[in-house]
Design a protein around this ligand. Structure first.
Ligand SMILES: Nc1ncnc2c1ncn2[C@@H]1O[C@H](COP(=O)(O)OP(=O)(O)OP(=O)(O)O)[C@@H](O)[C@H]1O
Ligand SMILES: [Mg+2]
Ligand SMILES: [Zn+2]
Length: 532
């Protein structure tokens, strides 16, 4: 007997089986009922939330010979049966992840001109549509503009921001939500009942949670557990083992290392985890969950039942909780949540995890933007070796103040000229830090002859840059002064710099942009800044 993965076996065949996307189900059913079907749909949402499923179900419903009153497919007619068997000729699927070229799109589009052989509609499902090349998008666009009446496009993507607006504007968009743990758990219950599998409620909700909003992931995990303990009752402890959940002993040791600021100890626990072949993203997610349990115990009030733990571990957890203060646990969770988000997209998972653990052990390492700037400056000072020297002025400002020859005040034309040559001017600044911070500003010349730097306060990086540029020591804006000094030397005239933190106040027409834009304009190419 061939084995079929549960999530394929239980791909919903009726709208009622699609869980957690009620808003989409009811809109689409209404369209079918009132026969107001669109010609291009965009299904957006994270993995495993039902996009492909819904696309197939929708095409089955609109082709059904005798749909039910509420718009559901009958499930009996020839069209429904071929759809359920996966042999329908009306549904043409293309996976743009592996067929992303213009020829791939042309191939399917050529067939658009032939009407369907059975049923009323031909439905083209293009999965992961954001992967198409620009040329392929253009080819698709032509057909999207004027499709024959019997053609429907359903585009599915996890990354809608990568789609050209020309495509977006032609589609009805539906957003698929991450599915709640409760809804996933109840669907898993349906499947285990149908399969005759005995499973403990806690095991079920653990698996549901591990799915992290994705029904497919949760069902696959359930599948793994069942395969591991075929024919046995699936208890919570068995589910933990089957999914390779790290046992609480490791978490408990790790927590202890962190609380006593033992970096070496924490890293050696991590080493052990890696050695066991654990997946680090999962490990960190589980660790967060462990800390959440500590937090619940600490908050008191008989929360034991809400914990995913074997009973001996609960006792141990209580001991642990006694050693920690709530705000400290909050901080751990916050740092680890950031870490977990970073891990998702990183190829350097181990290094990033190590940095995260070190940050946990050393609270002074992690702080707000203000103190980061302060620390950067002190490091810079140390490197350059002078108490009151600051970044930009380094080459031209000796540590012993010398008699300065005063420059004449700059004329507005001179300032304008400086702003126009900004990228070149800036390139002459010795300090990389200063250049980086300046590169984030919009630069212009004001009518009264000042250089104006404007930072967008909505952007954290720009806020940091603004703080750097307006950093004050001994009541002096040392970095601003250094910049003025440098610019004055360049212009051979006295230059005043104004620094503002609000885009709206910048004079739009006289803007000379950041260095990146300037280079891009001068060279006519797109400039991508990896990381300053
Ligand atoms: N909302 C849901 N209700 C019930 N089952 C679902 C739901 N979403 C997903 N599933 C289950 O997961 C399987 C995969 O779902 P589907 O292929 O529709 O996900 P998807 O959103 O297209 O994911 P991807 O972005 O990875 O393509 C389905 O066969 C079904 O068993
Ligand atoms: Mg899909
Ligand atoms: Zn039917």
């Amino acid at each position: 007997m061939s084995y079929m993965a549960l999530y394929r076996k239980f791909r919903p065949r009726e709208f009622s089986e699609v869980k957690g996307q009620d808003h989409i189900v009811s809109t689409l059913k209404n369209q079918i009922k009132t026969d107001r079907i669109g010609h291009a749909y965009l299904f957006v949402g994270t993995r495993g939330t039902g996009k492909t499923t819904m696309a197939k179900l929708f095409s089955k419903a609109i082709n059904c010979e005798s749909p039910r009153e509420d718009g559901s497919p009958c499930g009996q007619c020839a069209c429904c049966r071929s759809a359920d068997a996966g042999s329908s000729m009306n549904v043409i699927e293309m996976d743009a992840a592996s067929n992303n070229g213009v020829d791939d799109v042309r191939r399917i589009i050529e067939e658009v001109s032939y009407p369907p052989t059975e049923g009323r509609y031909k439905v083209y499902i293009i999965d992961e549509v954001h992967m198409l090349s620009t040329a392929a998008f253009n080819a698709l666009l032509k057909t999207l503009e004027e499709p024959p009446s019997y053609v429907i496009f359903i585009l599915a993507t996890t990354e809608p921001h990568k789609l050209p607006v020309t495509i977006l504007s032609r589609c009805q968009r539906y957003d698929f939500h991450r599915i709640s743990n409760e809804i996933i758990a109840s669907r898993l219950r349906e499947l285990t009942d149908a399969e005759g599998v005995q499973i403990e409620e806690r095991a079920l909700s653990y698996i549901a949670r591990a799915g992290d909003g994705s029904m497919r992931d949760a069902i696959s995990l359930l599948d793994q557990c069942i395969a591991f303990y075929l024919g046995e009752e699936l208890t919570f402890d068995k589910a933990l083992l089957a999914l390779g959940a790290v046992d609480t002993d490791i978490f408990s040791r790790l927590t202890r290392c962190i609380t006593i600021h033992d970096v070496a100890g924490a890293l050696s626990v991590l080493d052990e985890v890696v050695g066991q072949g654990r997946e680090l993203s999962q490990f960190i997610t589980d660790f967060i969950w462990y800390l959440r349990n500590l937090m619940l115990i600490k908050s008191g009030g008989g929360m034991e039942d809400a914990l995913d733990m074997t009973s001996d571990n609960v006792a141990r957890l209580k001991e642990e909780a006694a050693q920690l203060e709530l705000p400290v646990i909050f901080r751990y969770i916050r740092v680890l949540s950031d870490l977990s988000a970073k891990l998702r997209f990183s190829t350097q998972k181990r290094v990033i995890t190590e940095i995260g653990l070190i940050t946990l052990c050393r609270p002074q390492m992690e702080d707000d933007a203000g103190s980061i700037v302060e620390r950067l400056i002190s490091i810079e000072d140390k490197l350059e070796g002078g108490e009151y020297q600051s970044a930009a002025a380094m080459p031209m400002m000796p540590s012993e103040p010398v008699e300065k020859v005063p420059f004449p005040d700059a004329l507005p034309e001179e300032v304008e000229d400086l702003a126009r040559r900004w990228p070149v001017v800036m390139a002459g600044i010795e300090s990389g830090m200063m250049r980086t911070m300046l590169a984030k500003a919009l630069v212009s010349a004001t009518p009264e002859g000042h250089i104006l730097l404007v930072y967008d306060m909505m952007q954290p990086e720009q806020r940091t840059a603004l703080e750097y540029m307006t950093y004050t020591r001994n009541e002096k804006l040392i970095n601003k002064l250094a910049l003025e000094e440098y610019l004055s030397g360049e212009a051979q005239a006295n230059i005043i710099v104004d620094i503002k933190g609000n885009e709206a106040s910048a004079p739009k027409e006289k803007m000379y942009t950041s260095i990146v834009d300037a280079i891009a304009r001068a060279t006519g190419t797109e400039v991508i800044v990896e990381d300053f």
